[in-house]
Structures are given as structure tokens and as C-alpha cells.
Ligand binder design. Structure first.
Ligand SMILES: Cc1cc2nc3c(=O)[nH]c(=O)nc-3n(C[C@H](O)[C@H](O)[C@H](O)COP(=O)(O)OP(=O)(O)OC[C@H]3O[C@@H](n4cnc5c(N)ncnc54)[C@H](O)[C@@H]3O)c2cc1C
Length: 414
């Protein structure tokens, strides 16, 4: 039989698909990445206003693939995370916060490693796309929309809307939370919309943030202040969906006042820096991550609430685990698209990501309300965790994605 054109076709060249191509090419697999987007637009400032909290275990993957050097100058280290049940009372209250809080201090983990880094998605995307452009083993096909895929005994044929057909041994669905590949493979999902959207904006402030990430749990949802380079912070302001359009339509002065009311004054005067975006929030968990010649990665497998900044980190772990599984299988001569091989990926990743996904859902339900008995229970819980160092360390390792069986690209150096 003739060899397929590529060993792996990746549908979706977003943050998950792009990283998957680079991780797999580094392990010697020939890859094609297909994306419906225009590469020029995908690289532009206006394409994605979000930042991503890259956990320290995910950062190891970028480092091992030689991608961290161009990211590092734009990455702000998270030294502390302060989680507070309630808000900074007002801009005049010198950082007054509820007495119920949790403090995660990276120095408690006994090394110099921060809890993670905040990086603009624009930077991550450009670094991935530059590396893909330079790779001999990756063909980036964009703009090109996948129309259909045939899964056959010996290979899969991915057809594009422009009539091209690409043959491969394995197809990766990295086509996001509305994954067409997942639907076509008849993989069911558990999914629901949150009655919330995430308003994302950047603010410049008078005082340095000292690498402290803050999360205020307000009745409409979490309000996160994430430290960025150049004395800026990124806001992820979760708000009731029915109120978001009105906030998005405010003029700059009124928008700043709304931010100040939630932000408080602990960083001095603040000024919105750049446009605002809003993202509807939803939960999607695929009931299977695999089908013959198909594996789901990133948001195609699990799209979760941003409350804990873990969505992309889960995707990075998928990619690193899949790379190990495929290398081991290839080395013993197995077909990388076979279900036997892909089941190893599913066993490794599905339980781990499903538990984290459901944990973030629970956290959001527990905290996004003003129901008095729940407030008491969660405040007692926060107090207990804050008082017990091993528990604090456990949560820090969880946030750093440094628990469980880590794939070789993610494991700590010995
Ligand atoms: C407000 C907010 C804040 C967040 N903050 C964090 C954080 O701090 N830390 C963290 O870890 N995660 C965070 N996340 C989650 C993170 O942004 C996502 O998990 C991540 O962007 C998903 O990337 P992806 O590549 O899987 O999917 P996507 O970014 O959706 O990419 C899918 C790609 O597939 C392409 N595509 C789709 N269909 C086709 C087709 N038919 N043919 C060709 N191409 C196709 C699309 O063009 C797109 O480029 C946040 C999410 C939100 C909403």
C-alpha cells in the first residue's frame, strides 16, 4: 500500500493545533495543519485580546521545544495568587479586601520557579506560527476549511472546501469547542452554557503589581487581575450575560469607573489600555477523546470555565501525552491511527481532564452567587485551606499542572 501523504493531519491551527504540530514534528512525524483563518489576521493585534496563564509545567513544554526564548521577554511571572471572597470595597479603600482569602506564595514550593506566567495570546500565536513557518516537517495550509473526512482501514482522507484532499494515518481534531470533526465522528458531549460572559481588557496602573494575581469572587462571577509586563494587568471580568452588552457599550470613562469599582485602588490609578473583548462562556466535555484514526485535543476535547486559567494548560498536557503515546507506538511498529494506540492516549488524558473540568464548573457554581449559607461554607473552606500549608502546596501544584503522571515533555528535570 502507498504511504499516506502525511503521518498526521491537524485540523485547527489555534494555540492547541499549532503546538501539537511543533511537538509532533519534533518527534519526527510529518504534519499538515489546516486552518480556516487567514494567517495574517490570526497574527494581528485585534484577533484575540486574551492572555493565558501558562502553568510552570506547560512552560517546560515550550522550553523543550525551543519556543520559550521568544516568549520570555513578554511573559510576566506569577509570584503570588490572592483569592478573595468579595471585592475591593471601593477605589478609596486602599486595597481593603474581605478577610476570607487564600494566599498562594510560589516561594513556599521551595524553589525559584513562579506559579506560572501570563502571556498575551497574540504573542503565543505569533511564536507558534513563526516556528511552524520555519519547520521543514510541517505544512501550514490556510486559509482552508475542512469540509469532510473519510476514515478508512489504512488511512484517513481529509477533504477541504476548495476541493483538495489530504491523506494521513491519523487526524487530530484541534478545531475548538464547536469541533466539526467531533460531531462528524458522532462523539457525544456533555455541554451547557453558563449565564455568564468573560469581559477581557488590559489596564495600565500606577503602582507595580509585584507579580501578584488577584481573583475576587463577586456575585456575578470571578473578577481576575493578572499581572502583565510593562506595569499592566489583564482583566478577566466574568459578568452576567444579560448585563454584558451594556458594559461593552459604555464610553471609556464609564467603563473605567466600573472597573475601578471592582478592582479597588491597591495599584493606584488605573487606565484601560487597548480595546475590550467579550467571550460567551460554556462547558463542553467530549464523552470520548478518540475514534478510529481520530484524536481530540484542546477545546475540541474539553472547553471549560476560565475561573482557574486551566483550559489551554489541559490542551498542552493532551499534546505532550499524545506525543509520548505516538512515539512509543511508532517505535514498536504499530499503526499510530489504530484504536489500540489511541486508547492509551484516552486512558491517560480523559479522566484527568474531566475531573479538572468538572472541578472548575463546581468552583464557578459555588462562588458565583451571594447565597448566605454557601458563602459561609466556602469562606470556611478557604480559611481551612489557607491555614494548612500542605493543602496550599497541593493547590499550587494543581495550578502549576504539576500533578499526576507527567508526559516526558512536561516532567521536571531530575
Ligand atoms: C476569557 C477566557 C480566558 C482564558 N484564560 C485562560 C488561561 O488563563 N489559561 C488557560 O490555560 N486557558 C485559558 N482559556 C482557555 C483557552 O483560551 C482555550 O482553551 C484555547 O484558546 C483553546 O485553543 P484551541 O486551539 O483548542 O481552540 P481554538 O482557539 O478555538 O482554535 C480552533 C481553530 O480551529 C480552526 N477551525 C475550526 N473549524 C475548522 C475547519 N472546519 N477547518 C479548518 N479550521 C477550522 C479555527 O479557525 C481555529 O483557529 C481562556 C478562555 C477564555 C474564554
Amino acid at each position: 500500500m502507498q504511504k499516506p501523504q502525511f503521518e498526521i493531519v491537524i485540523v485547527g491551527g489555534g494555540l492547541a493545533g499549532g503546538l501539537a504540530a511543533l511537538a509532533l514534528a519534533a518527534r519526527g512525524f510529518s504534519c499538515a495543519v489546516i486552518d480556516a483563518g487567514d494567517p495574517g489576521k490570526m497574527r494581528s493585534q485585534g484577533f484575540d485580546g486574551r492572555t493565558t496563564a501558562i502553568s510552570y509545567a506547560s512552560a517546560r513544554v515550550f522550553k523543550r521545544l525551543g519556543l520559550w526564548d521568544p516568549i520570555a521577554p513578554h511573559a510576566e511571572a506569577i509570584r503570588d495568587i490572592l483569592v478573595t471572597d468579595g471585592r475591593a470595597k471601593s477605589r478609596f479603600d486602599e486595597g481593603t479586601i474581605s478577610s476570607f482569602h487564600l494566599h498562594f506564595d510560589s516561594r513556599e514550593l521551595n524553589d525559584e520557579t513562579p506559579l506560572g506566567w501570563i502571556v498575551e495570546n497574540r504573542i503565543l500565536r505569533n511564536v507558534l506560527m513563526d516556528a511552524i513557518d520555519q519547520s521543514q516537517d510541517i505544512e501550514f495550509i490556510a486559509p482552508a476549511r475542512r469540509a469532510s473526512t473519510e476514515f478508512n482501514a489504512g488511512s484517513a482522507i481529509t477533504k477541504l472546501q476548495d476541493g483538495r484532499a489530504i491523506e494521513s494515518s491519523l487526524v487530530l481534531a484541534a478545531d475548538g469547542r464547536f469541533s466539526g470533526l467531533r460531531a462528524e465522528a458522532k462523539i457525544k458531549t456533555n455541554q451547557w452554557r453558563y449565564p455568564q460572559s468573560g469581559i477581557v481588557a488590559t489596564v495600565a496602573h500606577e503602582r507595580p503589581h509585584m507579580g501578584v494575581a488577584q481573583e475576587f469572587f463577586l456575585p456575578a462571577g470571578p473578577f481576575a487581575i493578572l499581572p502583565m509586563t510593562e506595569n499592566r494587568s489583564s482583566l478577566v471580568w466574568t459578568e452576567r450575560e444579560d448585563a454584558v452588552a451594556a458594559y461593552m457599550a459604555l464610553d471609556d470613562d464609564a467603563f473605567r469607573t466600573e472597573i475601578e469599582n471592582r478592582f479597588g485602588s491597591y495599584l493606584g490609578a488605573i487606565e484601560p489600555a487597548g480595546p475590550r473583548w467579550s467571550y460567551p462562556l460554556a462547558f463542553t466535555l467530549a464523552q470520548s477523546y478518540i475514534a478510529p484514526r481520530l484524536a481530540l485535543i484542546g477545546d475540541a476535547a474539553h472547553a471549560i470555565h476560565p475561573i482557574a486559567g486551566q483550559g489551554y494548560n489541559l490542551g498542552v498536557k493532551d499534546i505532550a501525552a499524545l506525543a509520548d503515546v505516538l512515539v512509543e507506538s511508532r517505535d514498536v511498529g504499530l499503526d499510530i491511527g489504530s484504536l489500540t494506540v489511541l486508547q492509551n492516549y484516552q486512558r491517560w488524558r480523559r479522566f484527568d481532564s474531566a475531573s479538572l473540568a468538572l472541578g472548575t464548573d463546581l468552583l464557578n457554581r459555588l462562588f458565583s452567587n451571594n447565597f448566605a449559607p454557601l458563602r459561609i461554607a466556602r469562606d470556611l473552606g478557604m480559611g481551612a485551606v489557607n491555614a494548612v500549608p500542605p493543602l496550599r502546596k497541593f493547590f499550587m501544584r494543581q495550578a502549576g499542572a504539576d500533578l499526576g503522571t507527567l508526559p516526558s515533555l512536561m516532567a521536571a528535570d531530575n
